[in-house]
Write a protein that binds this ligand. Sequence first.
Ligand code: ADP
Length: 415
Amino acid sequence: MKVKKQLFWFTTLIIFLGLVSLFAVSVYFNHANNHSIARNNVIETTRIVANLYNEDSDIDLLALSANSTRITIIAADGRVLAETSQLDYGTGANHLTRPEIMTAAAGVSEVHLRFSDSLRTNFIYYALRVDTSDGYIFVRTAIPVANVNAYLMQSLPLFLGIILVVALLCFVVNRTLINRITCPFDSIINENRINAKRREEFFANASHELKTPLTAIKGFTELTAINNKDENIRKYINSITRETERMMSLIGDMLALSELESTPKINPAKISLAAVVGEVRDTVSTGISEKNIAFSTTGDGVIMAEQGHIYELVKNLIENAVRYNVDGGKILVSIKSERKFIHLSVADTGIGIPAEEQERIFERFYRVEKSRSQQSGGTGLGLAIVKHICALYGWKLRVESKVGDGTEVTVEMGL
Ligand code: ADP
């Protein structure tokens, strides 16, 4: 819906801008073209009048031969001898200082554009020096030319009319076209939405169907182990229990990943990171005491996020810090709250990750040491889940590790 609106306004804006530019360009070229025609006309007319002129010429007859163009005959001393429009004649002003007369006097006649105060319009002037029996005179002609503003004002009503018609057409055609173009996408989006529902339902059902028999197997094997004194059989049963647990975590991780990849639900709530760390610490307490690990937490920060996502993220990082730690090792979880970010880092003093493997550990099922990871209950999906959660919230993920020294994974959470 939002995309449709954007598309509608975008195309309408483009059409509007196109029309305005077309209008501006056409006004400019029309104006430039008319000026060029006027320049040629004024030169041509002045030449004809200059050729026809002699001392006995009737100025009105000359004007007729020059298509009623404004003609002025100026004496060598600058006096106006005759003038068709009576404008300059009436003023009695000396014309020797007029640019077109100055250039004509110098023998290099040029076209000049000037605004006429009396006629309130621009005129193009051109003058030629004509030799007579007792000296010389100047023949000057002038043609009125409209300025750009006049062109603009002339064409504006027509332009506004066109804009109105185009706007109406845009509204009707654009809407119909956009609806037609986006129709297939709408059905794809709807289909995807329905599929994502169905998908969630399938995974919820599959999770239930798979977990129920596995829970039963686990329960029965534990019961058999308790009631069986045979050491060998107890060993086999323990292996079955371990593998069943592994299978259950694998199903859990696969479901978590699949949910993150489809349309994860986010119901943001205020979450204290230190509280989540404490919760996770309790669930991994067996591993911590088995390896004699010193576990500590510093700082706290409150983040708005989906509770389940934060729990999954912290759980996977702390589980790894325990799983790949050494006996008597340390784990430090630090939470630093800044103005715009919260830095959550989980540091261990475990086996570390070789530099060349550090890029790949976020891939699904990628393990540095497959057998070690499997033995300690790893599914190979933990960090892939962490990466997906970070991507979902736009958080940055960083790993620093040195083989034999330990690993520190940091998540930069934007607030
Ligand atoms: P797994 O379930 O196998 O631990 P993960 O996706 O969580 O899978 O991690 C991928 C691999 O990255 C692990 O198999 C392990 O080799 C390596 N790894 C992850 N965290 C650590 C860590 N803290 N110390 C050393 N190696 C680690």
